[in-house]
Design a binder for this molecule. Structure first.
Ligand code: IFM
Length: 453
């Protein structure tokens, strides 16, 4: 396997998100986001300082972008912080917030790195959350206005845009009450899902209307193939279909113009249907230029006596499951990546697919200035082989972004899960050390077959 096998126009990039890396949570007029708030309420392992400082990208972006270029990547996917750009959530943008992203974008371009912008990676302004957040239907307009501000500010230099990162995962944070009181907030969850979907479609239209004609507007989704994927008994089939509808279908089917998969789950009929108004199903449908596929692992699904669900991801995978696990306990199953790529090939939401996240956390340590993360190298090689296999079968996938450029704050789990190609030493002034996987990528991107190994 070598770089050229993927084609000359294939995009090689790294990915990150504002709250996970930036720090500077209240600098230059930025207001708190829901995740800052969660950190300050000790809902992030390690406490408030973890999110407040991120990996200090706010101050070190020149070093980081320089390193991304040195490694040979052509693109960097990062998100914009809504509360940095519009501290009040709505209304006047903050010139300092816009100026920060101007500097980041310009630095990328100076290094020959194409910036791929995500509008929203879960850091809702806290002030909007206090007005109901995603459960308040007004959020559709708030988000479209924010999209317009970003398009006007950066559309002259940025060609690739993603509206929202993994709405399914963000909705789960709302479900369990990370930003409120812990518990199961079913009504708020399903209402928020509908508004997220509506906002994604509307912001997609806003971006396409305001950006230059050659701009490409996509959105991303964390795809979960569920095994066994073709269950045999009717109960297993019902469980599979319900869980698939809740993880995947209720997000991508309406965007693709196919409506909600109400038949698959009574939970959808009971809790989501009441949020749907008159013409919503038409408004939900929007064709994007590309769909960002984000893949980590396939949960193993077992039957469960929960009406409307009938199946849950098992915490104890069967013996037949892959033995290699990441430090989060996720089984490493590269074939799942080609499976989801095949599945969404030809989906009406977009013609083109890009792997906008894929990666693994391992317990890396620095020894004599090196991080020997052989497992991560194996992880990337085996997943890239699946991308290539899918592409050779005709799946229209033309990009791959590693999650992540550097270790960062893994949301409520804090600093412990290390997903980066670059190690961050939190005890030594956030020192950056490229891991062996980063060196492997540098050789691979320079054209060495199989990264020279
Ligand atoms: O860190 C997250 C990222 O923010 C969204 N996708 C999954 C990653 C790993 O959990």
């Amino acid at each position: 396997m070598q770089r050229d096998d993927f084609g000359k126009d294939f995009t090689w990039g790294v990915a990150s998100a504002a709250w996970q890396i930036e720090g500077a949570w209240n600098a230059h007029g930025k207001s708190p986001s829901v995740w800052d708030h969660a950190g300050h309420r000790r809902r992030v392992r390690g406490g408030a300082k973890v999110g407040d400082r991120g990996i200090d990208f706010f101050h070190r972006y020149p070093e980081d972008i320089g390193l991304i270029a040195e490694l040979g990547f052509a693109a960097s996917r990062f998100s914009l912080s809504w509360p940095r750009i519009i501290p009040e959530g709505t209304g006047a943008p903050n010139p300092s917030g816009l100026a920060f992203y101007d500097r980041v974008i310009d630095t990328c371009l100076e290094h020959g790195i194409e910036p791929w912008l995500t509008l929203y990676h879960w850091d809702l302004p806290l002030c909007l959350h206090e007005r109901g957040g995603w459960a308040n239907r007004d959020v559709i307009d708030w988000f479209a206005d924010y999209a317009a501000v970003c398009a006007e500010a950066f559309g002259d230099r940025v060609t690739h845009w993603m509206v929202c990162n993994e709405p399914n995962m963000h909705a789960l944070q709302i479900l369990v009450g990370i930003f409120d009181r812990f518990g199961l907030h079913l009504r708020r969850y399903f209402t928020s899902v509908h508004h997220l979907n509506m906002a994604i479609a509307e912001a997609g239209r806003t971006l396409s209307a305001l950006l230059p004609a050659d701009a490409k507007v996509g959105t991303t989704h964390q795809t979960a193939p569920m095994h066994p994927f073709h269950p045999t008994s009717p109960l297993r089939r019902a469980g599979h279909d319900a869980l698939d509808a809740l993880c995947n279908g209720m997000f991508l089917e309406p965007l693709g113009g196919r409506g909600y998969p109400f038949a698959a789950s009574s939970l959808l009929r009971r809790y989501l249907a009441p949020a749907v108004r008159g013409d919503d199903l038409d408004a939900l449908s929007h064709r994007f230029d590309f769909l960002g596929i984000q893949y980590y692992y396939p949960p193993h699904v077992v039957p469960a006596p929960v009406p409307g669900l009938w199946a849950v991801p098992s915490p104890v995978p069967p013996r037949s499951y892959p033995k290699v696990r990441t430090s989060l306990g996720w089984p490493v199953e590269p074939r799942g990546l080609s499976e989801v790529l095949r599945r969404y090939s030809g989906h009406p939401v977009a013609d083109r697919l890009v792997v906008t996240e894929n990666g693994a956390a391992f317990p890396d340590t620095v020894v004599d200035g090196r991080v020997h993360d052989d497992l991560r190298i194996w992880y990337y090689r085996s997943h890239l082989a699946e991308v290539l296999a899918a592409q050779r079968e005709g799946v229209p996938v033309d990009g791959y972004f590693c999650w992540s450029y550097a270790d960062n704050v893994e949301w409520a789990l804090g600093r412990t899960p290390r997903f980066g190609l670059v190690h961050i030493d939190y005890d030594d002034d956030f020192r950056r050390t490229p891991k062996d996987s980063a060196r492997w990528f540098a050789r691979f991107l320079a054209g060495e077959p199989d990264g020279g190994s």
